[in-house]
Design a protein around this ligand. Structure first.
Ligand code: AMP
Length: 214
């Protein structure tokens, strides 16, 4: 099953992707995670990407398209994948279509997770991420057991530079302008499944399962 998770920053794509992995045993491809890992490793790509990310802007299309094209060739994607945070622009969506055609496969569902702006800002400003395994917490809604420490791996929790108020507003604007048009793009293709992203994590996950399996 080839899936795309679409939705503004803070809509819960990463959290839901984790649950989809457990249920369907397909890997998550998060371009944000890949770019952060590249920065952590100190590669030229990572350093260049961080400049855009810290401002809340998108990394150039050709960079992320190249990353995803390579990643899709890996053997663990043969039975399906979850794209999380990609595509984010129309040119990325078109490049993905071409890549998948070349691979003689295609997207099965595009899950669009929706949430209002106030909710997104509340979630993003309180978000803390594990430096080691990337799992996310929220200081109020989903705190770790021991402050600043990841329950799962013991890694240090930190606030991403782009999870501060100014870059968050920029990211939400970028989403509206550049990514939201993809909703129509996939609706026209008959692939779009819109999900209410407000509520309990498990309930939202059930909505996704229902949309996939209906
Ligand atoms: P995320 O972890 O998905 O919220 O992504 C964090 C940041 O990484 C974004 O604000 C962008 O700067 C960059 N990024 C991630 N995915 C993409 C993409 N598909 N296209 C362009 N930039 C991206």
């Amino acid at each position: 099953m080839d899936l795309i998770l679409l939705g503004p920053p803070g809509s819960g794509k990463g959290t839901q992707a984790q649950m989809i992995i457990e249920r369907y045993h397909i890997p998550q491809i998060s371009t944000g995670d890949i770019l952060r890992a590249a920065w952590k490793e100190g590669t030229a790509l990572g350093i260049e990407a961080k400049r855009h990310m810290d401002q809340g802007n998108l990394v150039p299309d050709e960079v992320v398209v190249g990353i995803v094209r390579e990643r899709l060739k890996a053997s663990d994607c043969s039975g399906g994948f979850i794209l999380d945070g990609f595509p984010r622009t129309l040119p990325q969506a078109e490049a993905l279509d071409i890549t998948l055609q070349e691979m003689e496969r295609g997207i099965d569902h595009v899950i669009s997770i929706e949430a209002n702006k106030d909710e997104l800002i509340r979630r993003l400003t309180g978000r803390r991420t594990c430096r080691n395994c990337g799992i996310m917490y929220h200081i109020t809604f989903d705190p770790s057991q021991s402050e600043g420490i990841c329950d799962k791996c013991g890694g240090e929790l930190y606030q991403r530079d782009d999870d501060r108020e100014k870059p968050i507003r920029a990211r939400l604007q970028v989403y509206e302008k550049q990514t939201a048009p993809l909703i129509e793009y996939y609706r026209k293709k008959g692939l779009l499944r819109s999900i209410d992203g407000v509520g309990e994590i498990k309930v939202i996950f059930q909505r996704i399962i229902d949309a996939i399996e209906e």
